[in-house]
Each structure stands twice: as C-alpha cells, then as structure tokens.
Design a protein around this ligand. Structure first.
Ligand SMILES: [Zn+2]
Ligand SMILES: [Zn+2]
Length: 151
C-alpha cells in the first residue's frame, strides 16, 4: 500500500518535473529567438544607416527634389507667383517658413517639406507623411517603428 503511494508520488513528481522542464525550455528558446531576431533587425538597421545616399535615391523616386518656386510653377502655373508663396508655406517638420528659393520635397499627398527635413524624417525610418500620416514609401525591409504604419 505504501509502495503504491510512493509510486504515485514519484509519478506525479515526474509529471511536474517534465512540465517544469518543458516550460523552462520554451522560455529559453523564445529568449534565444528574441535575441537572434533583435540582432537581425539591428544589423539591417545599421546596414541601412551606413548608406543614406543609397536610401535617398529611393526617396527621390517617390518625392523628387526641387525648389519651391519650381514646384509652384508646375502645380499652380506660372501665374500667381507672388509674395504669397513665401508666406504660405510652413514646413511641418521644423515649423519654419519655406522660402521660394529653398529646395523642397513634395509627397503624394501634396504636402510640402524642406528637402533636409523630409530626408531626416525618411532616414529615421518614417515612411508616412509627417502631416497627414499617409504612407508614401514602401520599404524593402521591415520598418523598425511598426507603429508608424498604423494610419
Ligand atoms: Zn523644415
Ligand atoms: Zn501628407
């Protein structure tokens, strides 16, 4: 009788131990996986950091650089280029006025920003318009800031 109880106890112990080991293995495995994935992300991030020129070329495809004056002439026609141009445009990134001779980048949503301001924004892995959050670029690698994709 006592033997049977002991056997039962050992059996229970074995099950508890087995589950415990299983849980520990799972935790360790997921930890290793997380570290590997993070390292992979970090390497992709560092790689992309290394050649900003290469990345800016892809920005050029969706948002070419030109002066505000050029942009105004193309979108609004030659007419109406007045002092109004200088006072109407404020870059939403730096909150400073865009002057007609300054280089700008226009997004598909028709929002206009300083060239350098949008480049900084883009190189920071933001692929949505700073103003209306519409996506303007589809990255070839997964974005680091995934929340930026929630529109
Ligand atoms: Zn700006
Ligand atoms: Zn926009």
């Amino acid at each position: 009788m006592a033997d049977k109880n002991d056997n039962l106890k050992t059996g229970h112990m074995a099950i508890v131990l087995g589950i415990g080991l299983g849980v520990v293995t799972l935790i360790v495995l997921s930890l290793i996986l997380t570290i590997v994935i993070n390292r992979h992300d970090r390497q992709a991030f560092l790689r992309s950091r290394k050649n900003p020129d290469e990345r800016l070329k892809s920005l050029d495809k969706v948002s070419p650089t030109r002066t505000l004056e050029d942009w105004w002439a193309v979108t609004k026609g030659k007419m109406g280029l007045s002092e109004a141009v200088d006072s109407q445009f404020v870059c939403a990134v730096c909150l400073e006025q865009v002057n007609r001779s300054e280089e700008i980048r226009e997004l598909q949503c028709l929002h206009v920003f300083h060239r350098e301001c949008l480049e900084k924004w883009f190189l920071g892995d933001h692929y949505n318009c700073p103003l209306c959050h519409r996506a303007y670029y589809v990255p070839t690698t997964r974005p680091r800031h995934e929340f930026a994709w929630i529109v």
